[in-house]
Design a protein around this ligand. Structure first.
Ligand code: SF4
Length: 328
C-alpha cells in the first residue's frame, strides 16, 4: 500500500476545522514538551495530507522596490536605504520565461509579487495578462500586490487567479510596531475582498521581528479564527536586511520557530503551512523538524522577492534525504 493510500485510510474520524481557538488553548500547545507537540501536529497533518509530499511554489518579484509602505522588515520600502534598485513592472514575455523555468524545476505554483501599496488600474490589467499567461502553462497562480478593492479582486478572479497573498504579519497588538502606513483592519478588509471574489487566500506572518510568544499566538489565533482558514499559511523567519529598522532584531530561537509551525498546523489542519523566507539561514535539521511539525510547502528558487532563498540544489538534496517528494 502506498503512503497516500495508507494516509487516506486514516481519514475516517477527521475533526472539522475549528474557528474558535482561544489564545489560552494555543498558548498551552506552545507549552507542550516538544515530542508531544510534534506528535500532535504530525497526527493532525496525516489526517489531511500525505506526510511525504511537499508543495513547491516559486516567487518572482515582477515590480521591485520603491514601495510607499513602511513595513519595518522590508528592503523594498522607499522609507529605508537598503541599496535596492527599484525596477519597473516586468513585461509579459520575461515573466513567462521565469514561469517556464520554475515549472521545469518542479514548481506547481507561480507567485508574482509587486511592491505596491495597492495596484493602479493600468497595472492591474497587466497583472491579469500575466496571470492568464501563466495559467496557459498549466501552473497555479498567486499574486501579491498590496491592498485590493472588491472590484479589483473580482477582476483578478476573472483572469483566472488561484491565490492572493496578503499577510497579517503579526498579532494585532504588535502590528503597529512594524507598519504604520496601513492598519490591521485594512489588511483584514483586503482578505475579505479576496475571499468574496472566490480567490484562495494565502496569508501568514513573520516571526523573529522582536515580537513575543504572545504575538505569535495572537497571529495564529487571528488566522485560525477567520471565517475560513487561509488555504496557504506562510510562516516566515525574519531575514534581517541591513538598512531596515529590523536589521538588528534578536534572532528567534529555532525550536521556537518549529513550535510556531506545529501550532499553526494544529490550529489550521487543512491549510498548506509554508516555510517561506528565512530558510537560507536555517539548518537542515531545523527544516526537517518543521516538516515533522506539519509544514508541507516551500518556496523554491534563488530569491524570495529580493532576499536570498535556499539553493534549489540544496533543497532537492534535503528532500531526497528526508524522502519527501514534490506535490503534483
Ligand atoms: S512588505 Fe510589501 S507593502 Fe510592505 S514595504 Fe515591502 S513591498 Fe511594500
Amino acid at each position: 500500500m502506498s503512503i497516500a493510500q495508507s494516509h487516506s485510510s486514516t481519514t475516517v474520524n477527521v475533526v472539522p476545522p475549528r474557528h474558535d481557538w482561544t489564545r489560552e488553548e494555543l498558548g498551552a500547545l506552545f507549552e507542550l514538551p516538544l515530542p508531544e507537540l510534534i506528535f500532535r501536529a504530525q497526527s493532525v497533518h496525516r489526517e489531511h495530507f500525505d506526510p511525504a509530499s511537499v508543495q513547491i511554489s516559486t516567487l518572482l518579484s515582477i515590480k521591485t522596490g520603491g514601495c510607499p509602505e513602511d513595513c519595518a522588515y522590508c528592503p523594498q520600502s522607499a522609507h529605508y536605504e537598503t541599496g535596492l534598485r527599484a525596477d519597473k513592472l516586468m513585461p509579459l514575455e520575461a515573466v513567462l520565461a521565469e514561469a517556464r523555468a520554475a515549472r521545469q524545476a518542479g514548481a506547481s505554483r507561480f507567485c508574482m509579487g509587486a511592491a505596491w501599496r495597492s495596484p493602479k488600474e493600468r497595472d492591474l490589467d497587466h497583472v491579469c495578462a500575466l496571470v492568464e499567461g501563466v495559467k496557459v502553462l498549466g501552473m497555479e497562480t498567486c499574486v501579491t500586490l498590496g491592498m485590493l478593492t472588491a472590484m479589483q479582486a473580482r477582476k483578478l478572479k476573472a483572469s483566472g487567479l488561484d491565490y492572493y497573498n496578503h499577510n497579517l504579519d503579526s498579532s494585532p497588538e504588535f502590528y503597529g510596531k512594524i507598519i504604520t502606513t496601513r492598519t490591521y483592519a485594512d489588511r483584514l478588509e483586503t482578505l475579505e475582498h479576496v475571499r468574496a471574489a472566490g480567490i484562495h487566500v494565502c496569508c501568514g506572518g513573520i516571526v523573529g521581528m522582536g515580537e513575543g510568544r504572545a504575538d505569535r499566538i495572537g497571529l495564529i489565533a487571528t488566522l485560525a479564527n477567520l471565517p475560513m482558514h487561509p488555504e496557504s499559511v506562510p510562516i516566515n523567519m525574519l531575514v534581517r536586511v541591513a538598512g531596515t529598522p529590523l536589521e538588528d532584531a534578536p534572532a528567534l530561537e529555532p525550536i521556537e520557530f518549529v513550535r510556531t509551525v506545529a501550532v499553526a498546523r494544529i490550529a489550521m489542519p487543512q491549510s498548506m503551512v509554508r516555510l517561506s523566507a528565512g530558510r537560507e539561514d536555517m539548518s537542515e535539521e531545523t527544516q526537517a523538524l518543521c516538516f515533522l511539525a506539519g509544514a508541507n510547502s516551500i518556496f523554491y528558487g534563488p530569491k524570495l522577492l529580493t532576499t536570498p532563498n535556499s539553493e534549489q540544489s540544496r533543497d532537492r538534496a534535503l528532500m531526497d534525504r528526508l524522502g519527501l517528494s514534490p506535490m503534483s
